[in-house]
Design a protein around this ligand. Structure first.
Ligand SMILES: Cc1cc2nc3c(=O)[nH]c(=O)nc-3n(C[C@H](O)[C@H](O)[C@H](O)COP(=O)(O)OP(=O)(O)OC[C@H]3O[C@@H](n4cnc5c(N)ncnc54)[C@H](O)[C@@H]3O)c2cc1C
Length: 487
């Protein structure tokens, strides 16, 4: 039977695309290789966040003594933790209403259908499922870890191999210090592995603000992670009696490093391998991702794509937005676009870091800016909680007083940045944010402080609020001791 829409892939992008298409009245089929939920539910944020929560509990357990609570040194049982990961994944799935909504809208779902491929531009064949025909097709097949084509690469692991480990490796090389690499390094360092983090470029987290990279790198080093920037070019990997050795070269010199486990986190590529895109005439771009325009339309006007497979931000909220837009356009014709949304991004490392908007370097390219920084060791809540490492940095346009970017390192950085994102998305001026009496003593309260600091630099009037009162009190205490902390 000819359907209206086939959606390939039941990750966040595909689920929302199927839901939206069916909601608009299209006869919709959703076909996916394995479990419902895709990488986000089964191998990405949900399980990795559970490991990160365990790492947080370990560091919080170590703090108990500071508050007069006596328990021994925390001991991790990794197999128990993996059982908890499975429990969380199952519970998240059980509490998701998406499946029920999809079923109630009459979407036909083929789970565990194996790899789906284009037989022609309107026909999808599944490895262990049906042959399907539709007017329109939406590709939401996600991505996979990039592998390196050097000898011995098969000896390395990816973040997914964490689920197969039976115990914590004594030592670990993590290759690549983007969002995934730093999370793996931070979590396994907390679990007791001796971690070395290797980055090809001059700084870890290269897409973050430079102050953020520097602060996370310093904190990592203090916590025992050995960070190697500019380490050179990998030549090969080889097996050793206890693990894996990486051979690399730099400026003609050869070096090596070895550990029980080597984790590659060198990027994320589109999962196009099994799709036979050529049979449908769908083009990929120079990075290998499915090429789409602002309507999520591919080079074939009746085929759309959404989520990681398009290679844009590669995060869950963006995947769902793209899925919604792709399905709307597939059913109604290409009319809606995502535009340029404000996108908060963050990671649950120790310390956490997060950003929204432009980095200072990017903002300087196009704007005349003012920056303000408030350090965590000058706010009441962080002192109460004994979490004084970190800062909040705000970047403001000197002419319009609009906030261009906010960057946070430290406890609850990701949550603080959500509040900043709402203020930026609402188009608030910096002095307007400074005037909001955010609750005291909170982590997010730092935003009013940093906004007030930027507003003062811009000679804007700032009223006397609890947060500024806190600021004044703390800085008078510090002036007595000769250490001002706001800039
Ligand atoms: C370690 C890690 C941590 C992350 N943490 C976060 C985070 O904290 N926050 C966040 O927002 N994002 C995070 N992400 C990113 C997030 O998981 C992805 O952006 C999101 O899952 C993308 O959704 P998607 O629907 O495009 O693809 P996916 O979730 O990858 O789903 C694609 C689906 O398509 C199926 N499929 C693929 N090919 C075929 C085929 N040929 N036939 C049939 N089915 C197919 C796959 O089996 C899969 O089910 C993380 C990713 C990783 C790796």
């Amino acid at each position: 039977m000819m359907m209206d829409i086939i959606v390939i892939g039941a990750g966040p992008a595909g689920l929302i695309a199927a839901l939206r298409a069916a909601d608009l009245g299209a006869r919709t089929v959703l076909v996916t290789r394995a479990e419902f939920g895709g990488m986000a539910a089964n191998d990405g944020p949900v399980p990795v966040r559970t490991l990160a929560h365990a790492a947080r509990l370990i560091r919080e357990a170590r703090q108990l003594g500071q508050y007069g609570i006596g328990v021994g040194e925390p001991v991790l049982d990794y197999s128990c933790l993996l059982a908890r990961v499975r429990e969380v994944v199952d519970e998240v799935r059980a509490h998701s209403s998406l499946r029920a909504q999809i079923d109630s809208l009459g979407v036909t779902v083929y789970e565990h259908a194996g790899v789906a491929r284009f037989a022609d531009a309107h026909t999808i064949e599944c490895e262990s499922g049906p042959r399907l025909h539709a007017e329109k097709i939406i590709i939401c097949a996600g991505g996979v870890s990039r592998r390196l084509s050097v000898p011995g690469c098969e000896l390395t692991s990816t973040h997914s191999d964490a689920w197969k480990l039976t115990s914590i490796p004594q030592s670990m090389l993590v290759i690549g210090a983007g969002a995934t690499g730093v999370q793996v390094a931070s979590i396994f360092n907390a679990f007791g592995s001796r971690v070395q983090l290797y980055q090809t470029g001059p700084r870890i987290l290269p897409s973050e603000d430079e102050d953020v990279s520097a602060a996370v790198s310093e904190a990592f080093r203090e916590s025992g992670i050995v960070v190697h920037e500019n380490f050179g070019v990998i030549e090969s990997f080889e097996k050793t009696p206890t693990g894996v050795r990486m051979i690399f070269s730099k400026n003609g010199d050869r070096g090596s490093a070895e550990a029980a486990l080597t984790v590659l986190a060198v990027g994320w590529v589109a999962d196009t391998a099994g799709l036979s895109l050529a049979n449908a005439g769908v083009n990929t771009n120079h990075r290998g991702f499915v090429q789409v325009d602002e309507y999520q339309q591919t080079s074939k006007p009746h085929i759309f794509a959404a989520g990681d497979i398009t290679g844009r931000l590669m995060l869950v909220p963006q995947a769902t937005q793209e899925g919604f837009v792709a399905a709307t356009n597939a059913v109604r014709g290409p009319k809606v676009t995502i535009g340029e949304p404000i996108t908060p991004i963050g990671s649950f490392t120790d310390p956490e870091y997060a950003q929204v908007g432009l980095t200072e370097a990017k903002a300087r390219e196009t704007h005349d800016i003012v920056t303000a920084i408030v350090r965590f060791d000058s706010t009441t809540r962080t002192i109460i909680d004994g979490r004084k490492a970190g800062f909040c940095k705000l970047i403001v346009d000197r002419k319009t007083f609009s906030m261009l970017g906010c960057h946070v390192v430290g406890e609850r950085a990701v949550e603080i940045t959500q509040v900043a994102a709402i203020a930026i998305a609402a188009g608030m001026r910096v002095n307007e944010l400074a005037h909001i009496p955010l609750s005291f003593p909170t982590y997010a309260g730092i935003l009013a402080r940093v906004a007030a600091s930027a507003a003062r630099k811009l000679n804007l009037e700032v009223s006397w609020q609890a947060n500024q009162a806190e600021s004044a009190w703390l800085s008078s205490e510090k002036t007595k001791r000769g250490a001002g902390k706001e800039s």
